[in-house]
Ligand binder design. Structure first.
Ligand SMILES: [Zn+2]
Length: 40
């Protein structure tokens, strides 16, 4: 049971799961404003 959402970095395309986007992208280092929420 997953209540998390998926977030995608619009800069590098990395996807992360969680209730909120990461503060910074672990791959390219941009801040959370560059992440968009994806619907499952
Ligand atoms: Zn990124």
């Amino acid at each position: 049971m997953s209540t998390g959402k998926k977030w995608q970095c619009t800069v590098c395309g990395l996807t992360q799961e969680g209730q909120a986007p990461p503060k910074t992208c672990p791959k390219c280092g941009v801040d959370s404003s560059k992440f968009i929420g994806l619907r499952k």
